[in-house]
Ligand binder design. Structure first.
Ligand code: NAI
Length: 552
């Protein structure tokens, strides 16, 4: 029987997309590994499709890279221009054309149609240019694409499960309509909180599609193992309801027991169809559902909520990396959060766990964390209206909605934004942070760029370059007084592909709660020399090929 290690090796070897690290290449001088490699290496299989049907199949199409023999054998001779082009030549042509596009949305549309035509080439271009193209297929451009999805839509990507399909059998039927049975990872959203852009209904399908593109490009997971899903329960966005091009159900959002039973039926149908070890990543669910669904399903299915758990892992990793500069333990810092939704609360809870690991009691750790939501600072006077997750962070302080006042009173070492409020970290607030800290930590995590709590330029300028800054969406480098500052990016994209790869390789039945901390401890302490070697990065890079993300 195969043990876990060999199963992992098999899956790694069988992964067609580029492996996440050259170090992970199998050692073929070892006869046992070589035998396994030979046994499980991808075999040449004659495709079931031929002729024009084959060219219309994005997973099989190679464009002009088909050899003469392949063209004759597969019945496509004469259907393509007579010249031959290697994948590299085609990739060069694509990236050159892409760079000539007038804006990022045009680039997104071009890449989207390439994915429709020739999946191999799409991933070749994406893998070779991750740093350049991640802001296109992912935040911030994917947000813009979702907002304009009605215009952009050409070909369906992913599955649509609506509230009208609310039974296990009906959902199973839909899942059975997907072109492959061999799905190992699903990214699902209900479109209610797409980035910081709010309720975009079915226009939110761009998010699961983009996240799964990163599964392939960053973690080397096979494209055919990935399934993007949108649950269409309606939308409360009246602009969309009046949009003639809107692609979803024209009704208000369904909530309550009917909504819950749809999610429940989906989880049952998906695992019935694809297996109990299918990974289901929850993405961009609204505040009222994100934590609830995570709590309900985390012990029952192989699932995680990326906004809560992924963000927490990456941001705590960033905070720990920052402590190497501030020379203070995390448990010695006070942290103010603007926003107390899924993302901020997930980070706050993981900070508490980290501070407890460093020796504080839970009460002491919670005492160092201050949360400000749309109603203002979370204080004891609000306890009756607070959810159970927030009660422990309530402070015995006067109520205020003024963030500057909170910063002046608390004098935090770190200020973290996950509020969707663009510009909420005003120059005055940033200067106040710099007054109280030689190296203030400021993370403006809200996506896309237009929603960031402050820009990198403002953060560096107002702190005279002292800030340890990161943002959810990437910012350009900032030049200040003749020095170049490279803003960090604090985005869960630095972790979710790695988590997914682990879950898929090991056919996990659950995502263990301590998985994330194991991940960043190892990374920060062993592989990531921060800041001496890598001061330009705010964060460890768990799965991305380092060379693809590093600047020379
Ligand atoms: P959410 O809807 O669960 O929470 C938003 C929070 O912001 C709520 O607590 C709300 O009360 C608060 N808020 C809204 N307006 C406010 C105001 N004027 N003043 C103070 N607080 C205000 O959303 P979630 O999931 O927490 O995401 C929030 C933002 O964080 C989004 O822009 C999202 O794109 C971003 N995010 C970034 C991630 C990253 O990896 N960088 C990952 C997950 C989310």
């Amino acid at each position: 029987m195969l043990n876990r290690f060999s199963l992992a090796s098999i899956r790694r070897i069988s992964t067609t997309a580029r492996c996440c690290s050259d170090k992970n290449e199998p050692d073929l001088s070892d006869p046992k590994t070589l035998a396994l490699h030979k046994l499980y290496r991808p075999e040449r299989i004659t495709p079931s499709k031929r002729g024009i049907d084959l060219l219309k199949q994005p997973g099989l199409n190679k464009g002009m890279a088909f050899s003469l023999h392949e063209r004759q054998y597969l019945g496509i001779h004469g259907l393509l221009p007579p010249a031959f082009m290697t994948e590299e030549q085609q990739a060069y042509r694509i990236i050159t054309k892409l760079r000539q596009q007038p804006d990022n949305l045009a680039k997104y549309i071009q890449l989207d149609s390439l994915q429709d035509r020739n999946e191999k080439l799409y991933y070749r271009v994406l893998c070779d240019n991750v740093k350049e193209l991640m802001p296109i297929v992912y935040t911030p451009t994917v947000g813009q694409a979702c907002q304009h999805f009605g215009f952009i839509y050409r070909n369906p990507k992913g599955l649509y499960v609506t509230i009208n399909d609310n039974s296990i059998s009906k959902i199973y039927q839909i899942l059975a309509n997907w072109h492959t049975e061999n799905v190992r990872a699903i990214v699902i959203t209900d479109g209610e909180r797409i980035l910081g852009l709010g309720d975009l209904g079915t226009y939110g399908i761009g998010i699961p599609v983009g996240k799964l593109a990163l599964y392939v490009a960053l973690a080397g997971i096979r494209p055919e193992w990935c399934l993007p899903v949108i649950l269409d329960v309606g939308t409360d966005n009246t602009e969309l309801l009046n949009d003639p091009f809107y692609t979803g159900l024209r009704r208000k959002r369904v909530r309550g027991p009917e909504y819950d039973s749809l999610v429940d039926n989906f989880m049952k149908a998906a695992t019935k169809r694809f297996g109990r070890d299918t990974l289901i990543q929850f993405e961009d669910f609204g505040n009222q559902n994100a934590y609830r669904l995570l709590d309900r399903y985390k012990g029952e299915y192989c699932m995680f909520n990326d906004d809560i758990q992924g963000t927490a892992a990456v941001v705590v990793a960033g905070l720990l990396a920052s402590t190497r500069v501030t020379k203070k333990k995390l448990s010695q810092e006070k942290i103010v959060f603007l926003g107390a939704g899924g993302a901020a609360t997930g980070v706050a809870e993981m900070c508490v766990r980290q501070m407890m690991d460093e020796g504080l009691t839970e009460e002491e750790a919670c005492g160092r964390i201050y949360m400000v939501d749309i109603e203002g600072l979370i204080t004891t006077s609000r306890i009756k209206s607070l959810g159970e997750r927030h009660v422990k962070f309530a402070k015995d302080l006067p109520d205020t909605k003024n963030l500057l006042e909170v910063v002046r009173t608390v004098k935090p070492g770190a200020l973290i934004g996950a509020s969707t409020v663009a510009g909420a970290f005003t120059e005055e607030i940033i200067r106040e942070m710099a007054k109280n800290n030689p190296r203030p930590i400021i993370f403006a995590l809200s996506n896309p760029t237009s929603k960031a709590e402050c820009t990198a330029e403002t953060a560096y300028r107002c702190t005279n370059g002292a800030v340890l800054f990161a943002s959810g969406s990437p910012f350009e480098n900032v030049e200040l007084n003749g020095k170049l500052y490279k803003p960090g990016q604090g985005n869960n994209a630095y972790i979710f592909p790695g988590v997914a790869l682990g879950a898929v390789l090991f056919a996990e039945m659950f995502i263990r709660q301590n998985l994330y901390s194991v991940e960043y401890d190892e990374l920060i302490n062993k592989t990531y020399e921060w800041p001496a070697k890598d001061s330009k990065h705010g964060f460890p890079v768990p799965v991305l090929r380092r060379t693809s993300m590093d600047e020379e």
